[in-house]
Design a protein around this ligand. Structure first.
Ligand SMILES: [Zn+2]
Length: 174
């Protein structure tokens, strides 16, 4: 959902691509969303460095936080060391493996280094709910908006992380 990926993803838009965005590219919290997609030929899991959701994973693995709301979200990470960089490196393939178990499609993962991305800091951020589609965030909101782009039934973990860890207070509906 990270706003810093917005411009990068705009560059990937094509008539063939459907974007799904959530906290940490976590497949376990996307059951409704993935079940509703049709005609999928390939899936690319896009994770990134300096990921807030992986910071949450680290905190939970350290035992600093054990919210029941994150049980599904945490399942792929049980047993990993609480090392943020290592978790970020592992996450893409953990999620890709989860997709491979659910769908008979080509799956790959990419870890984007946020240090290479172009974005501006606007200081005040909102979140925008979107349905999975080829649409990306409107241009006027490209630097200020975290995007949760999935089926409404899959959003509870994303809202929890956005509120409690990213400190986002304002949520808009597309
Ligand atoms: Zn992230």
């Amino acid at each position: 959902m990270d706003r810093r990926l917005n411009r990068y993803l705009q560059g990937m838009a094509s008539g063939q691509t459907v974007f799904v965005r959530n906290a940490g590219a976590n497949v376990a919290t996307l059951k409704d969303t993935l079940g509703s997609l049709e005609g999928v030929e390939s899936v690319t899991i896009i994770t990134h460095t300096d990921c807030g959701a992986m910071g949450v994973v680290e905190q939970v693995l350290r035992g600093n936080d054990r919210p029941d709301d994150l049980a599904e979200f945490m399942r792929p990470f049980i047993g990993l060391r609480p090392d943020r960089d290592e978790i970020e490196r592992e996450n893409g393939e953990l999620q890709a493996d989860a997709v491979r178990k659910m769908m008979d499609v080509e799956v790959k993962s990419i870890l984007v280094n946020t240090g290479t991305l172009r974005y501006e800091s606007t200081g005040r951020y909102r979140a925008l709910f979107m349905r999975p589609s080829g649409n990306t965030v409107p241009k006027e909101r490209v630097d200020s908006t975290y995007v949760i782009q999935n089926s409404p039934g899959d959003r509870s973990t994303d809202i929890y992380i956005a509120r409690n860890f990213l400190k986002i207070r304002e949520f808009d509906q597309e």
